[in-house]
Design a protein around this ligand. Structure first.
Ligand SMILES: [Zn+2]
Length: 139
């Protein structure tokens, strides 16, 4: 895989330095058959240093995971070597099945089959709370 140019796939750009590995894990990219490049500590005019992930497959990914880890991320979709889409992600208002509530008395812990939903309560401090029991999201 040519790391600079992919023909069909996704380029996840403007990940804060160090966030690339977390995204790699949370999206389960190690399970993909296609080429995936995680490029760390790329010099950036805006950010100083940044991480970039390139996925050599035209696929859907969970954008909420990206926004949660690093809200300034942009996702570029590449087809036939051309960028056809550029998305700014931002901090998601809700996270569904991304974090797990740690409160042992929470209904998501005691009952099966309930989605784990967290809502953003403080955008500046990036604080999420469980929709059901109001417990703070694990760091
Ligand atoms: Zn809870």
């Amino acid at each position: 895989m040519n790391v600079d140019a992919i023909r069909n796939g996704l380029v996840i750009d403007h990940i804060h330095a160090g966030g690339g590995m977390q995204i790699y894990r949370m999206l389960g990219l190690d399970a993909l058959d296609c080429s995936v490049a995680l490029i760390r500590n790329v010099p950036s005019r805006k950010m100083g240093r940044k991480d970039i992930i390139k996925i050599d497959a035209d696929m859907e990914i969970d954008l909420d995971v990206l926004g949660y880890v690093s809200p300034n991320i942009t996702v570029n979709r590449i087809r036939n070597g051309e960028r056809v889409e550029k998305k700014h992600i931002g901090l998601p208002a809700r996270l569904t099945d991304i974090l797990i509530c740690r409160n042992p008395r929470c209904i998501t812990t005691t009952e099966q089959g309930i989605r784990h939903i967290f809502r953003l309560v403080d955008a500046e401090k990036r604080i999420y709370r469980c929709l059901y029991c109001d417990a703070k999201a694990p760091d």
